[in-house]
Design a protein around this ligand. Structure first.
Ligand SMILES: Cc1cc2nc3c(=O)[nH]c(=O)nc-3n(C[C@H](O)[C@H](O)[C@H](O)COP(=O)(O)OP(=O)(O)OC[C@H]3O[C@@H](n4cnc5c(N)ncnc54)[C@H](O)[C@@H]3O)c2cc1C
Length: 449
């Protein structure tokens, strides 16, 4: 048996990382703050789902569980926009066979724990929150929530996968030259439900991610295997249309009838859900370095929590696992070297997807209903069709490729310049696929290369 490794946090990234380390033959001890979710049953009352895309699938494939997860995943081939008058517009995410997939967060977490635990060299310890780190010795403190017993543990390496409010990161923040930033959007979110119809069908098209873009706010809905949809309302905390102004039944119903009229009849428990479900905040966290003494390393939300508008939080955390695993192979399991290179190369990519996610919020809530934006999407798809090797739309780079996020962001900025030129062509609506567009594109391509 190889060295002992501790993982703190058995969420999505921690459980997946345990599988990667188990396969390499390490003794893996995973400590989790909460009780074992597999013994609690259900989805904790709610069926929260996540969009899985290429980077996430790649990591699951490496862990050997892609096919199993895919069995219950639902393909969403594009966005279905709902206008205020109930008109529907479908916009494909990519090419014919490309889709993002709705997966159950709890189902995936349970599956990852089961697979990790099926390796005899992995042990899970529940009700064991980490309470901090001794930053001199790089030992880690835990408290048993049941017995109240405190312990200090050490291992050859410690991975912090304890999420956006990481206890390990809190300790690291007190070390010299540790950079940290935390930014809350003025918007919060609340989860709501569209159940299956009485005849047991999906109430809306099941192959789409539904969006009700309304400028300052929006509603989205993702399908679940039980034929319900999990909806998420993103709304400012304060202001005219905001959570602070939705208190009475009348206010809530008036708001929904005004802006999401076609969704209301599909939401029989709307008032109940709205009043009972929490309003949560949306935080972006960046920090640097991600490690302490090349011995403790943060992965996933612990080091880079992002807003959910590109559907890349989990995907980027899973990509952390792929990248670190590749570096471990490259450096022949000299983890100090792997951690050093990971820290050097990965942070700029995490920063890039963090910026892209905020930018995509504007796109989703505001622009998806804008005719010029839709025209840009149409031209981008056409250029990709015509020049598959030279032009890949930004959304496809992020969602359907493994191109480093920082490269995608850079290319996205260059594409903004290209479209500024194309969209200023006189009468571009009629001449969107003209020789002039091709001329501008080819000049842009030449200058870029
Ligand atoms: C509304 C919303 C929608 C989202 N949609 C998507 C999406 O569509 N696609 C996508 O890719 N991502 C999405 N995300 C992001 C995704 O949920 C996160 O990026 C992902 O869960 C991060 O995984 P993680 O394992 O790093 O952290 P977490 O999932 O937060 O897991 C952390 C674990 O650590 C445990 N823990 C916490 N503190 C301690 C402690 N002190 N000691 C021990 N254990 C501890 C927690 O109990 C938990 O089990 C969304 C996020 C939100 C908020």
């Amino acid at each position: 048996m190889k060295d002992k490794i501790i993982i703190s946090g058995a969420g999505l990234v921690g459980s997946l990382w345990a599988v990667f380390l188990a396969k390499r033959g390490y003794q893996v001890e995973v400590y989790e703050r909460r009780p074992d979710m597999r013994k609690l049953g259900g989805d904790g009352g709610r069926s929260i789902n996540l969009a899985m895309s290429t980077r996430g699938w790649k990591a699951l494939e490496k862990a050997g569980i892609k096919d199993e997860v895919m069995e219950t995943a639902l393909a969403m081939k594009g966005r279905m926009m709902h206008s205020t008058t109930g008109e529907l517009t479908f916009q494909a995410y990519g090419k014919e066979n490309q889709a993002i997939y709705s997966v159950s967060r709890a189902g995936l977490n349970r599956k990852l724990m089961d697979i990790a635990e099926s390796h005899e060299n992995v042990n899970f310890h529940f009700d064991m929150p980490c309470t901090g780190v001794n930053t001199r010795s790089a030992a880690i403190h835990f408290k048993n929530n049941i017995s109240e017993e405190k312990s200090t543990l050490n291992a050859s390496f410690i991975f912090a996968t304890d999420g956006a409010f990481s206890a390990i990161r809190s300790s690291l923040q007190k070390t010299p030259r540790f950079n940290f930033s935390q930014y809350y959007l003025p918007h919060g979110y609340k989860e709501l439900t569209i159940p299956a119809t009485v005849s047991g069908d999906f109430a809306m098209d099941a192959e789409s991610l539904h969006i009700w873009p309304r400028g300052e706010f929006m509603l989205i809905a993702l399908p679940n295997p039980d034929k319900s949809f999990t909806c998420t309302l993103f709304l400012p905390f304060e202001g005219k249309s905001s959570f602070e102004n939705l208190n009475t039944d009348e206010e809530i119903m008036h708001f929904f009838n005004s802006y999401f009229n076609d969704a209301v009849p599909l939401m029989p428990t709307l008032l109940e859900d709205f009043k009972n479900n929490p309003t949560s905040s949306l935080v972006t966290i960046k920090c640097n370095p991600w490690h302490l003494q090349h011995k403790i390393l943060m992965l996933g939300d612990a080091s880079h929590a992002i807003v959910p508008f590109y559907g890349q939080g989990m995907n980027s955390g899973f990509e952390d696992c792929t990248v670190l695993d590749e570096l471990a192979t490259k450096h022949k399991e000299n983890w100090s070297k792997a951690i050093e290179e990971f820290n050097q190369t990965r942070i700029e990519n995490a920063d890039a997807i963090s910026d892209l996610a905020i930018r995509n919020f504007t796109e989703m809530r505001d622009l998806v209903g804008d005719p010029m934006f839709l025209l840009r999407k149409k031209i981008a798809a056409w250029l990709h069709e015509k020049y598959p090797n030279d032009f890949l739309p930004l959304y496809s780079m992020v969602t359907f490729s493994n191109i480093p996020y920082a490269d995608a962001l850079k290319e996205g900025k260059a594409q903004d310049e290209l479209f500024e030129q194309i969209l200023s062509i006189f009468d571009v609506q009629k001449r969107w696929n003209s020789e002039e567009v091709i001329r501008i594109f080819e000049k842009w391509l030449k200058e870029k290369n």
